[in-house]
Write a protein that binds this ligand. Structure first.
Ligand code: 5GP
Ligand code: ZN
Length: 112
């Protein structure tokens, strides 16, 4: 499958991993937008947030648990962070494999 994140999961494209289990992978974004910029993805190829179904409830809950753990490990849990999903064109999605950006380590610009 021609998906960059599936290739990262397979290991054919290298990444700096921060967490991995059978269902989830987290790794450093290649073009960090903040001092902490980690991507958290399900290993299952789900293209966008719109494609998440009830079958994915457990992995979605686990992604949020992993995000909380990574925020602690990377030292931003107390200072604060942002967990972001970009969906489709207007949302600014570029890679069509579901992912959450965990951003922190500095005062982030307000969204609005
Ligand atoms: P999107 O705009 O789809 O929400 O975000 C995709 C993110 O994936 C971007 O922040 C981009 O820097 C990151 N990215 C794209 N290709 C690679 C890659 O090959 N390796 C890593 N680590 N990140 C990537
Ligand atoms: Zn994929």
């Amino acid at each position: 499958m021609d998906c960059i994140f599936c290739k990262i999961i397979e290991g054919t494209i290298p990444s700096k991993k921060v967490f991995e289990n059978e269902r989830i992978l987290a790794f450093h974004d290649i073009q960090p937008q903040a001092p902490v910029h980690t991507l958290i993805i399900p290993k299952k190829h789900i293209p966008t947030m719109n494609d998440v179904t009830g079958e994915d409830d457990a992995v979605m809950a686990e992604i949020f648990a992993v995000a909380r753990q990574i925020a602690k490990e990377q030292g931003v849990a107390e200072s604060g962070y942002r967990l972001v999903n970009n969906c489709n064109s207007d949302g600014g999605q570029v890679v069509y494999h579901l992912h959450f950006h965990l951003l922190g380590g500095e005062k982030l610009k307000p969204l609005g």
